[in-house]
Ligand binder design. Structure first.
Ligand SMILES: Nc1ncnc2c1ncn2[C@@H]1O[C@H](COP(=O)(O)OP(=O)(O)OP(=O)(O)O)[C@@H](O)[C@H]1O
Ligand SMILES: [Mg+2]
Length: 517
């Protein structure tokens, strides 16, 4: 074993894990002081499982680990953390009913004679959050009130507190936009300089190429390559990861764009969404871009009736008829679907099977007189498992046992069978591997050919540029500009994303000079 390398921090040898089937076999890997190792591979390849073994959350079936030259057999996540082995998990683990500060220091609240010192807690929290650029957020805010991107930053900040020798980041940027990614990269560079060894898991190739010195690729639970990053260009990387070639371009097929299907007029709520108007035609994909907190998710929630607008209307069909939508139930009845970004909070019943979860959006198709037909339920699930290549042992497998990306496919699968004229997607390819992304794009293309109108929110500009007919940019709650396909550039889209904040600040400065961002 290569643990003899003088600067080895952690090494694993012969690590394997078997559930019903083997999911990891015979992994040998050594992590060096101050390096960033990219860990990648398709959805379900075993990345999170390997991380959880190192992080003390999962016990390996075979193999040994060494930490600083000594046998390392963590019995729990807490034990691993005490040694300075920390991980930011793919699924967030914050408590929504506690404040940001309390979440940050859950395990070691600063106390004085048993009493928690509020003042100390506040200042420690402000310091921790400043590290990830979140100093604008009041540490007393409840985590549940933050958008999911900010929650992810809190989760990262929490793991940077205290002693850290090995840091595992499992898809840390899945919900972050460019600005937050930059802040995370600054942090990574700082940690690296201090000698922290980092495992960085992501499906975003350009990020891997930027942060990592070495790359390790898992395929079906086997480590197929560990090499210097510099040995590969991006095309070769994709090849390594998915074992086939993928083009830079996506042929979305021929589609006919028809009459307006969704007309949003003057929609506003608080200071989150301000006077937003746009229309989406049948067979069209309308993208929504913007920074975290720009109001993208809030806008979709208003259309879907998950929140109630202060003013404005949502109209459907052509000629447009205003729909009275006061709840998601109303929205579904009007043929509107929302595929959420927060699969744990809103999207999925983790303790239920794949079939049950897919059936959830499709009761009429599989039931008669209120009774669910189990065979139809399985057949429905199997169809989606095949169409989206959901990696699972059977339609009866519990969703909690699926890998992150495969859970996301179940969320999407639920809505594809349903007859909705308007589908709202919030970060549909979050955590989805490069190959499977293209499968999902193809499915979106298919939906448009059926004449559906799609709204897609994504943090990935390249993705929007690949699949959309038009892209609207939200900034500080306002729809700043709408770009037509082939007339946009990445720079213009980015500039628009910041424009609303600059305008807002200029206005505020006129009224009373102060710094708001
Ligand atoms: N508790 C469990 N019981 C049964 N199978 C499991 C369990 N946890 C994970 N698996 C299986 O192990 C395999 C590897 O999952 P893992 O979460 O490690 O994948 P991953 O590489 O992180 O994928 P992704 O990119 O989608 O996050 C998957 O096929 C998954 O279904
Ligand atoms: Mg994973």
């Amino acid at each position: 074993m290569s643990s003899s390398a003088p600067n080895a921090v952690l090494s694993v040898s012969g690590i394997g894990k078997t559930y019903a089937q083997p999911v990891l076999s015979n992994i040998d890997l050594t992590l060096l002081r101050g390096e960033v190792l990219a860990l990648t591979g398709e959805n379900g390849a075993g990345k999170s499982t390997l991380s959880k073994i190192i992080g003390g959350l999962v016990t390996p079936t075979t193999g040994q680990m060494l930490f600083n030259g000594r046998a390392y057999t963590p019995g729990s996540r807490t034990q691993a953390e005490e040694l300075g082995i920390r991980m930011v998990m793919q699924e967030l683990n914050l408590l929504p009913t506690l404040s940001v500060a309390e979440n940050l220091f859950l395990d070691n609240l600063p106390s004085h004679g048993g009493w928690i010192s509020r003042k100390q807690l506040r200042s420690a929290a402000i310091e921790a959050m400043a590290q990830v650029g979140l100093d604008a957020i009041d540490p007393d805010t409840l985590v549940g009130e933050l958008g999911i991107g900010h929650q992810q930053m809190v989760e990262i900040a929490r793991n940077l507190i205290g002693d850290c020798h090995v840091l595992i980041l499992d898809e840390p940027t899945a919900m972050l936009t460019a600005r937050e990614v930059e802040m995370l990269f600054d942090q990574i560079a700082r940690l690296q300089a201090r000698g922290v060894a980092i495992i960085y898991i992501s499906h975003r190739l350009e990020e891997l190429a930027r942060v990592a010195q070495r790359i390790a690729v898992l395929r079906d639970g086997n480590l197929v390559c560990v090499e210097p990053m510099a040995n590969y260009n991006s095309e070769q990387l994709v090849n390594l990861m998915v074992g086939r070639e993928l083009g830079e371009h996506m042929d979305m097929g021929v589609r006919k764009i028809g009459a307006p299907a969704l007309t949003v007029n003057g929609l506003s709520r608080g200071d989150k969404v301000l006077d937003v108007s746009f229309e989406v035609r049948a067979g069209e994909i309308f993208g929504i871009s913007g920074l975290i907190g720009a109001g993208r998710t809030e806008l979709l929630r208003l259309i879907y009736g998950a929140d109630i607008a202060d003013s404005g209307t949502v109209a459907l069909g052509s000629p447009a008829k205003v729909a009275d939508i006061r709840s998601p139930v109303d929205a579904v009845r009007h043929g509107i679907a929302l595929i959420t970004e927060d699969r744990k909070g809103e999207g999925l019943l983790l303790t239920q099977s794949i079939s049950a979860n897919i059936a959830l959006g499709n009761m009429p198709a599989i039931s008669s007189a209120g009774l669910v037909n189990g065979r139809d339920e399985s057949a429905l699930a199997q169809r989606q498992i095949d169409a989206m290549r959901i990696r699972s042992s059977s339609p009866d497998q519990l969703v909690s046992e699926l890998s992150g990306g495969n859970q996301q496919k179940v969320v999407i699968g639920r809505w594809l069978e349903r007859d909705c004229a308007v589908l709202l997607f919030d970060e549909p390819t979050r955590g989805i591997d490069v190959g499977a992304k293209f499968d999902i794009y193809a499915l979106l293309g298919e939906l448009t050919r059926q004449g559906k109108a799609l709204v897609v929110v994504s943090s990935d500009l390249r993705e929007l540029m690949l699949i959309c007919d038009r892209i609207g940019v939200l900034s500080a709650g306002r729809l700043i500009e709408t770009f037509e396909r082939d007339t946009w550039t990445q720079d213009e889209l980015l500039a628009a994303a910041f424009a609303g904040y600059q305008k807002r600040d200029a206005l505020l400065n006129e009224a009373a000079p102060r710094n708001t961002l």
